[in-house]
Design a protein around this ligand. Sequence first.
Ligand code: KG4
Ligand code: ZN
Length: 340
Amino acid sequence: MKDVYILAVESSCDETSVSIIKNGHEDIATVINSQIDVHTKYGGVVPEVASRLHLENITMVIDECLDRANMSLEDIDAFACTYAPGLLGSLLVGVEATKALSFVYNKPFIATNHMMGHIYANMIGNEYDYPLISLIVSGGHTDLILMKSENEFEYLGQTLDDAIGEAYDKVARILDLPYPGGPNVEKYALEGTPSYKMPQILNDDSFNFSFSGIKSHINNLVHNEHQRGHEINKYDLACSFQNCVTSHLVDKTKKALLKYNLKTFLISGGVAANTFIRTSLKEMCESIGVNMYMPEKKYCTDNAAMIGAAAYVLYKNKQFAPLSTNAQSHASLEMNFKKE
Ligand code: KG4
Ligand code: ZN
């Protein structure tokens, strides 16, 4: 089969990213233009500012990606973008730019779900077989998914309240650590010991998660200690939090792997860049004879390479999207595989 080069755009939140991916697994070039410096001033992503910056940067990032790949737009076989879920104004920039390229160069347009992108980030550098269980841990999602084949998704469980990345970011705020919170909480946790007692989280038979209880617990703890004039040990509190949420992920994932008797496990999403979470899940998998795969850390947080990988799966299935496709703030994974 002829090699397939997909140019993919990711603009669902605060990164303008463009990649050229060969045959779904080879990253020819990836450019990520992060807006973190701007949003740090506000302590979080400001949607209007994000979409404006995407608009200012998109053409430049596409050009830079083509330059790095030493390719031109004529060499591209299909144009792909994230169309959902995410910030509407941000998504729109990537969707409109990609549709225009597809129209002008007369090549297929592929509308990709962002969460699908996170899962298939695993295709870059890994080879694994189905069926498997996939855990997405990001700023907006904590999902346990059963995949019987490359394009079958069955949700086993999700968070009932906050996503794990959201909890990391909120705990960072409580501890006065800068945005983005996750990596900073991880840094502090590394220097601490789990000396603070944490609550039991949703210890039930479901495969659902919950992170709002621990966030409130930490908020109250810090508030009470301040009122008593006591110092908080931020390192120990970050470490206690991280141990607690990691155990929650490990327990629920282990339960699902054993119940469905599966031997392959994938993790993905921004929080999957966390070393403690990666190693804790890996140790659990080894203890029950499961092969665990994870993307390189640079493919865990938002990037267009993962969108190019996911788009290749849709390309193989000839699941092209019409140019009337719109950005959507919400969408389930199954929607990508429904035939028109
Ligand atoms: O997947 P992602 O880049 O964007 C979404 O689709 O949400 O995930 C971003 C989330 C943020 O909440 C960020 O704080 C968290 O991932 N994150 C981390 C780490 N790196 C990013 N959380 C914990 N440890 C990290 N090293
Ligand atoms: Zn993401």
